[in-house]
Design a protein around this ligand. Structure first.
Ligand SMILES: NC(=O)c1ccc[n+]([C@@H]2O[C@H](COP(=O)([O-])OP(=O)(O)OC[C@H]3O[C@@H](n4cnc5c(N)ncnc54)[C@H](OP(=O)(O)O)[C@@H]3O)[C@@H](O)[C@H]2O)c1
Length: 326
């Protein structure tokens, strides 16, 4: 398959290269793009060096099977439509197209059916949304999800390489806040993105909108509080969910245990440091909520993998299977 990655030098772009290797995608041609700053740098795919090219309109006019974008919303808005004209499927990791009603927002385990026969731009959801939506889709099938209240504990790699740099520099004693509104080292910041008129932040609003769209539950009540914490990799989420039907915890446990991409542990819990290179969504501390129609759980996943690169490459893989390329 002919594949290109835009934003290949970033946290997510580098992980996309690794996921292409790990998922054994049969790549016949690979083009890696980034800004002018990185042109000429070498990145490795299956131990073979590839030179990073500066992103230009003309570079996207060649036909490719898949182009993966991970270079922010501005770059995606300018360049993804050009790539989509020339290639079969563009998978964009930014927020640029997630709200477009006509474009699919996909977590393959949940709504991968949207990929069948599809060609054009596919939006990759927000990191925290991907990891909670996988177990919530399982529980929704059982009991009918009605209401969701979540609090996130999001690592600095969620802001890309600049987030990691800010934390590391502050660890070394520098006082510059970097890209954050407050010092992040030894602190927590209850703001991710700008605040909107209703008091929620942009990141919180993404979780509201994207949960409804992916689960196809336009009436779902959602309230998120998104918090940045001084963790390098791995987002954690505390989830409270209410259901239309009475909750049976044993059935919930059985379903979570057998579901794809979920590791359910009733005896212990995951922490970001324990994640390693896992591509799964970890669920633990499953317990009753405030009544017999609700439950709570603790959810952890690697934001750069499951929350970004892994989901994008899983979209590619599922589309390729359905299109007969795999
Ligand atoms: N990190 C996460 O956990 C996560 C999760 C979900 C979604 N996302 C989204 O994924 C995207 C990338 O995030 P990241 O964490 O990988 O960020 P990052 O580490 O800051 O990397 C950004 C990438 O975009 C490239 N880029 C920036 N401006 C460009 C331009 N004008 N033309 C071409 N390439 C350009 C950079 O190239 P240079 O090296 O040349 O600067 C770099 O490769 C963002 O939209 C982000 O919101 C990230």
């Amino acid at each position: 398959m002919k594949i290109a990655i835009v934003g290949a030098t970033g946290e997510v772009g580098r992980m996309m290269i690794k996921c292409l290797e790990e998922f054994e995608i049969p790549v016949t041609e690979l083009d890696l793009f980034a800004s002018q700053r990185s042109a000429g740098k070498e990145l490795f795919y299956n131990d073979r060096p590839y030179k990073v090219q500066e992103l230009k309109n003309s570079a996207l006019l060649a036909h490719r099977d898949y182009v993966l974008f991970s270079a922010g919303a501005g770059v995606a808005k300018s360049f993804a439509p050009i790539a989509a004209e020339a290639c079969d499927v563009v998978i964009d990791n930014s927020s640029a197209f997630r709200k477009e009603e006509s474009l699919p927002l996909v977590v393959p385990e949940v709504n991968g059916d949207l990929l069948g026969g599809y060609s054009g731009i596919v939006a990759n959801p927000n990191c925290s949304t991907i990891q909670i939506i996988i177990p919530l889709a399982v529980l929704d099938k059982l009991f009918g999800l009605k209401k969701l209240i979540v609090s996130t504990y999001q690592s600095v790699s969620g802001s890309g390489n600049n987030g990691i740099q800010a934390l590391m520099q502050q660890r070394r004693g520098e006082t510059d806040k970097g890209i954050y509104p407050e010092v992040i080292d030894l602190n927590v910041i209850p703001q991710i993105g700008a605040f909107l008129d209703d008091g929620y932040s942009q990141e919180e609003e993404k979780m509201h909108h994207e949960s409804r769209k992916i689960l196809r539950l336009p009436e779902l009540e959602v309230s998120a509080t998104c918090v940045r914490v001084p963790v390098i990799y791995g987002h954690s989420v505390s989830v409270y969910a209410e259901f239309r039907d009475k909750v049976d915890l044993t059935r919930a446990e059985e379903a979570l245990r057998s579901a794809e991409s979920i590791i359910y542990n009733p005896f212990s819990y995951m922490t970001p440091l324990g994640l390693g290179s896992s591509n799964d969504s970890f669920v633990s501390r499953l317990r009753p909520g405030t009544d017999d129609h609700s439950l709570c759980f603790w959810n952890v996943a690697n934001n750069v993998r499951l929350g970004a690169a892994t989901n994008a490459v899983r979209i590619l893989k599922q589309h390729a299977k359905q299109a007969g390329r795999l």
